[in-house]
Design a protein around this ligand. Structure first.
Ligand code: HEC
Ligand code: HEC
Ligand code: HEC
Ligand code: HEC
Length: 115
């Protein structure tokens, strides 16, 4: 009796874990979110970077967000610009899981904002 309950609890936990992990992997980007061809490359983006991320993440384009589309000089030249301007992908690496930041705070910000 007691072991039956334990078994059910374990099954419940396994199910919950499955649901959570399934959700995460299903929610992350697929190549085709950003690339138009079956052989993704730098020239097949479904649209220019200036609008690419914003189309799906419109909630990130607010007054409180970091400015994009402006020319910058990255002193250490460690963060990529695109067509000479800052983009979402300057800080986020689109090829990392969930487009993780290229660097942690405060290093990320300090590349351009020295002190
Ligand atoms: C969230 C958007 C996004 C996703 C998802 C994405 N890419 Fe990209 N990819 C980009 C951007 C942005 C560039 C850079 C284009 C540039 O520099 O002008 C790029 C460039 C590339 C390049 C050119 C070389 C390089 O690294 O710059 C390759 C190859 C590539 N992607 C492959 C892939 C593959 C394979 C996948 C799926 C596993 C994928 N990408 C998923 C946005 C994405
Ligand atoms: C086709 C739609 C689409 C495009 C294009 C796209 N994303 Fe996403 N992105 C998603 C979805 C869906 C998720 C999963 C999490 C969610 O629901 O917000 C996600 C997740 C993320 C996350 C993690 C969010 C979190 O809550 O952990 C970041 C950061 C991100 N995207 C940045 C980018 C950047 C930067 C680009 C452009 C290079 C981009 N995305 C392009 C749809 C998209
Ligand atoms: C100056 C660097 C920078 C730029 C440019 C930038 N971001 Fe971010 N982004 C961040 C930081 C820092 C966070 C907070 C990460 C955290 O809380 O762990 C973040 C968070 C996010 C998240 C939520 C991730 C989460 O875990 O909840 C999304 C989605 C996102 N950014 C999308 C974008 C999009 C789309 C653009 C372009 C319009 C963009 N970002 C431009 C630095 C940047
Ligand atoms: C690639 C360079 C770069 C990176 C990385 C960067 N910034 Fe900026 N930031 C700029 C530029 C350029 C401006 C425009 C104003 C200026 O010239 O100082 C700016 C402006 C700002 C502003 C003022 C916004 C306004 O309305 O004037 C704040 C606040 C800010 N950044 C915070 C951050 C934070 C926080 C991070 C890290 C998550 C960060 N920045 C990363 C280049 C960068």
């Amino acid at each position: 009796m007691k072991s039956d309950i334990m078994k059910m609890m374990m099954q419940g936990l396994a199910m919950a874990f499955l649901l959570i992990s399934t959700h995460i992997s299903a929610a992350d980007h697929a190549c085709s979110d950003c690339h138009a061809t079956a052989t993704p490359n730098a020239n097949d983006l479904i649209q220019p970077l200036s609008g690419l991320c914003a189309d799906c993440h419109i909630d990130r384009i607010t007054a409180g967000e970091h400015v994009i589309g402006i020319p910058v000089t990255t002193p250490e030249n460690t963060l990529p610009l695109h067509d000479g301007v800052m983009s979402c992908a300057t800080c986020h690496d689109p090829h990392q899981s969930f487009a993780a930041l290229r660097m942690k705070d405060p290093e990320l910000c300090q590349q351009c904002h020295l002190k």
